[in-house]
Design a protein around this ligand. Structure first.
Ligand SMILES: Cc1cc2nc3c(=O)[nH]c(=O)nc-3n(C[C@H](O)[C@H](O)[C@H](O)COP(=O)(O)OP(=O)(O)OC[C@H]3O[C@@H](n4cnc5c(N)ncnc54)[C@H](O)[C@@H]3O)c2cc1C
Length: 453
């Protein structure tokens, strides 16, 4: 029996990456889908690529995209990044592969991907979009959603027996649920902000630095990263504390910005002719983690994507996690015969520990990226982990587990804790790099201890 959906009607709030993908999944199952989005229709505006902000797509994202039927199309414009290119202060480069040969994360354009997803959702006759519709509130009891037409200011209500809230980190639907009894909510801002900058193509339209890597300039408490775009440019992101000795608040004018880049990112500076325009033209944005529970209200309203689990971007998993929400929900639809009164609570219960886990892993990876990637002990750990994986294929480095597998995030987090214990011991060995017998011995002990626990 399929409950809550006698008319098979579903409302999706938010047509960002997750909302538009989920609309495709619902449409394929024959639902009458209404999608409400506060922004205008980017298809009508004819998305041109514009300022191309990109995201790293990995296994979980690809799996969902494949199910939506657009993997091939996205793959054509995705740029493989098989590793990190670390830039030292002196400008020395070192390349660290992310996984085994053939494994890579992919740089994809956020706008381009969103546009593809909207286009495929829009190709279903059973999907109706309402752009320029901002959700103001949800009356949970009735249940109805209130929208404002941002063009005319008109306010209307929409009956909403089955709602998927994909309206992002500051979800209006979640805000309504937050006011109900026994809803837990935790919001945490990093002391760092970020600013998008760019490395434009060279005079021949080509990339100025190696496009087959995610570039990182780790500088202890802050860092610059750059992801390649298909048009020959790179989108760079500067992560820096808002306040303090070295911080956004200290970068008060052109001289300060130039001096800062000259001191810390000297090898990037010559490739950034638009630095000052970018710096003053682009906002300094904050980085929030949102954890909440339960992700649903009375088996009728479900939070998905950032609305349920907004995380910091340092594992490149926010979108991937949101896309995986769609894959898992879709599988549960099969498993539970489309009975939303069972799917919604089960999903909310089982998936939430994964949302919390990837939030934690993402915070840990920030420390790794900005700090440890330049640390010899960290590099040694990576080397030994890769070698252990070669010799014991069941031993998967946590980065690979998160990025190149579909292992639940909460399992990856447990493994991270366990591997931290392992490497704490391994790195205490004298000359661990060459003392392979010693490494194997510690590994054996760890494995046994782990199996016994
Ligand atoms: C700097 C940065 C870098 C990142 N890099 C990566 C990466 O490399 N890889 C990765 O996997 N993830 C990355 N992420 C995370 C990723 O951007 C998000 O996880 C992803 O966009 C979440 O998708 P979403 O659809 O849930 O939310 P959003 O993308 O925020 O979409 C929400 C949609 O809802 C609409 N909306 C909001 N409020 C309302 C309302 N009241 N009424 C109607 N509509 C509304 C919005 O206009 C928007 O279209 C990054 C994030 C940041 C900030």
């Amino acid at each position: 029996m399929e409950s809550n959906q006698t008319s098979k009607k579903a409302i999706v709030v938010g047509a960002g990456l997750v909302g538009s993908l989920w609309a495709v999944f619902l449409a394929r199952r024959g639902y009458q889908v209404e999608v409400y989005e506060r922004r205008s229709d980017m298809r009508a505006a004819g998305y041109t690529g514009g300022r191309s902000i990109n995201l790293a797509m990995s296994e979980r994202g690809w799996k969902a995209i494949e199910k939506a039927g657009i993997r091939e199309k996205i793959e054509k414009v995705a740029i493989p990044m098989p590793g990190r290119m670390i830039h030292s202060v002196e400008g020395e480069l070192s390349f660290q592969p992310y996984g085994k040969a053939g494994e890579a994360i992919y740089s994809v354009s956020r706008g381009g991907l969103n546009l593809e997803l909207l286009s495929i959702a829009g190709s279903f006759p059973n999907v109706q979009f309402f752009f320029d519709h901002r959700c103001l509130d949800a009356d949970l009891e009735r249940p109805v959603l209130t929208f404002e037409d941002t063009g005319t200011g008109a306010v209307k209500t929409v009956e909403a027996p089955l709602v998927f809230a994909a309206d992002g980190a500051f979800s209006a639907v979640r805000y309504a649920i937050q006011k109900t009894d026994r809803f837990n909510y935790n919001q945490f801002y990093l002391e760092h902000g970020y600013k998008e900058l760019s490395i434009p193509p060279d005079a021949n339209g080509r990339h100025r630095i190696d496009p087959s890597a995610l570039h990182i300039w780790p500088r202890g408490n802050f860092m610059l990263i750059a992801l390649p775009n298909a048009d020959g440019s790179f989108t760079c992101t500067l992560f820096l504390p808002f306040e303090g000795e070295v911080s956004f608040e200290k970068l008060t004018g052109n001289d300060a910005v130039n001096a800062f880049f000259k001191k810390y990112f000297a090898d990037a500076l010559p490739h950034m002719p638009t630095l000052l325009d970018d710096f003053w033209g682009n906002p300094t944005s904050s980085l929030v983690t949102v954890k909440c529970a339960p992700w649903q209200w009375q088996n009728r309203i479900l939070l998905i994507g950032d609305a349920a689990h907004a995380i910091v971007p340092f594992y490149g998993q926010g979108m991937n996690a949101g896309f995986e929400d769609c894959t898992i929900l879709d599988a549960m639809h099969d498993e539970l015969d489309g009975d939303w009164s069972r799917i919604i609570p089960q999903f909310a219960r089982e998936r939430q520990p994964d949302g919390d886990a990837i939030a934690e892993l993402a915070q840990r990876n920030f420390i790794e990226m900005r700090d440890l990637v330049g640390d010899p002990q960290f590099l040694l750990r990576k080397k030994i982990a890769a070698r252990l994986h070669e010799r014991h294929p069941d031993f998967l480095p946590v980065y690979s587990m998160v990025t190149f597998s579909n292992t639940p995030y909460h399992v990856a987090l447990e493994e991270d804790d366990a591997q931290n214990r392992l490497f704490e011991r391994v790195l205490r060995l004298e000359d661990a790099e060459h003392n392979w017998d010693g490494v194997e011995e510690v590994f054996g002990q760890w494995l046994n201890g782990k199996l016994n626990s």
